[in-house]
Design a binder for this molecule. Structure first.
Ligand code: DX5
Ligand code: ZN
Length: 215
């Protein structure tokens, strides 16, 4: 699959509504919402009220990436705010299986994110429970960073695991995505590209989204 999730971390927060309208009118498949708590990652972004506001005008499903400790405390709140997919970090969840069940019991999609240093084989015993795996291709916390090349290898290894187990788990990659990287990611078995600064800093974001889907 070739799907695109623009990350609103790179949007203009003074005109967030306009940027959501742009996404609505584009070929984007999701709105990627980056929630950062200043503890799990060294940055603070936005939280539940902003996601609620985005959801009230978005025609695209919200792909909520929780870069927070103790995500289990807030799963219900993010669901109520309108999340269609909730991603928690492997590194933030000692009881990952329980958190995944918590998300799935709400009837929405459950996903696990791996930091760049976390190997995909650690998902061996949980993969069949997941709708999606998010591979970080930068260290989480900031937009506009350089893509880490090792991600191609991780994506291929993960795709192999998924096929071997006969699963239909989607693979999403987040950080430093552009046309060149995006093409190679699709070729490595990635289904969803997250793109923040590449979309919002481009002259024509709608066109950039369309082109990301046609790589
Ligand atoms: C980083 C976030 C990303 C970020 C990607 O911690 O998870 O979603 O917005 O931004 P770009 O595409 O600019 O690297
Ligand atoms: Zn993200």
């Amino acid at each position: 699959m070739k799907l695109v999730a623009p990350s609103i971390l790179a949007a203009n927060f003074n005109k967030l509504g306009d940027d959501i309208e742009m996404i609505n009118s584009s070929e984007a498949d999701f709105v990627h919402c980056d929630v950062m708590d200043g503890v799990f990652v060294p940055n603070i972004s936005f939280g539940i009220p902003v996601i609620q506001a985005v959801n009230s005008i978005s025609t695209k499903p919200l792909d909520v990436h929780l870069m927070i400790v103790n995500p289990e405390k807030y799963i219900e709140d993010f669901y109520q705010a309108g999340a269609s997919i909730i991603t928690v970090h492997y590194e933030a969840c000692p009881h990952l299986h329980r958190v995944i069940q918590q998300i799935k019991n709400l009837g929405i999609k459950a996903s696990v994110c791996l930091n760049p240093h976390t190997p995909v084989f650690l998902l061996e015993e949980i993969l069949s429970e997941l709708d999606m795996v998010l591979l970080m291709s930068v260290n989480p916390g900031f937009g506009g960073q350089r893509f880490i090349e090792n991600t191609f290898r991780k994506a291929s290894a993960l795709k192999e695991m998924i096929l071997q187990k006969n699963l239909s788990t989607l693979i999403e990659v987040d950080g430093g995505v552009n046309f060149e990287v995006g093409k190679k990611l699709y070729d490595s078995g990635v289904d969803i590209l997250v793109a923040g600064s590449f979309v919002f800093n481009s002259a024509n974001p709608t066109e950039t989204i369309a082109k990301l889907k046609q790589l």
